[in-house]
Design a protein around this ligand. Sequence first.
Ligand code: NIG
Ligand code: FE
Length: 409
Amino acid sequence: MSEILFYNIGRYYTADTKAGYGRIKSAENVHIRVRDGHIEEIGTGGINAGQSAQTVDCHGLTLLPGFVDAHTHPVFYKTREEEFVMRVQGKSYEQIAAAGGGIRNSVRRFREADKETIKERTRKRIAVFPEYGTTTIEAKSGYGLSKEDEIKSLEIIAELNREQPLEMIPTFLGAHEVPDEYRDRRGDYIDLVCNEMIPEVGERKLARFCDVFCEKDVFSVEESRRILECGRAHGLTPKLHADELYPLGGAELSAEVRAISADHLLEISDKGIQRMADEGVMAVLLPGTTFFLGKERYAPARKMLDKGLEVVIATDYNPGSSATQNLQLMTTLGAIKMRMMPEELLWAITFSAARAIGMEDHIGHLEVGKQADFVLMDIPNLHYLPYHYGINHTVMTVKKGNIIYQKGD
Ligand code: NIG
Ligand code: FE
């Protein structure tokens, strides 16, 4: 039995899950008692710290639930700053991909490397998330694109889950691209995904979700439907990269297959919004990707919220289209580019984000019985989080009651 008392918390903010999206619960002069990694008590007023075995003084700072990043691609070998510079010089992401760069570039490099090297690089990269207040991420495969290399990616996620504190919820993304060797027989690649990869991933429980890059020149709506239905039959809940670069109808497909979320959605149609609302599919928006690709049009978050969609904000951390682990910065983009309010943004990176990865029973808000995942920030109030932008407000990050990051050490 371990008990820790976090006291002298100036103020906390968390989703008011009974009141609904964008509504916040808050209190001043708070303490939180943690037992065996879970929140045992949230109290206000004075506390006799002497009664507890272990105490942590929070110095009057602000406490938020640990951030949940519901869309990332952290398992890759090399970064792609040379493509970034090509984009600065005027080439588009799509042009680079069509010339064999982009995801296929990462796939070639991934296959050159041994598992240990990729694993150690991934370990180093994911250690950055807690520095920015993130305590859980959804993590996709998708840079292997052979049975062996996709399984390798998911094994790396499983091993790192046991070896370090950031919690990762795995997603199988074997349908991220058609790899080089299948360019003129794409049907065979889809057969490989459905007949070989998905059954093994499902059998070994290496992933919870099955994702597809449903996009013009990548996987069509029909191909995506087949892959997602196959995933579903093997216990993997559907998720989609949808309507990012072209309005293909991925949002409508997400409703049809009753995906847990559809992600990106810059080019979503009104009908797509309506269909997602009808079926309760969540919208995971990735404003960092829009920014980093230099696009003008951000996903229509306000319209989605007006239609009753639950909106999540994530980083899309990956080596090509969004090279950042910083969810705090995403809240600024969400506010400025998508007109989301700070209260909505807190939901979008905590409770709703947890819902988009099926984890809301354990994480995403501060409540007795939930996992003790939280972040102490040097911000005077919630509105200050997206306002003072581009810097890191995190002072301390706590995962399952353990301090996993502290500023200055
Ligand atoms: O979410 N859209 C597809 N996949 C990633 C990009 C991956 C890459 O460029 O390496 C994304 O943006
Ligand atoms: Fe992505």
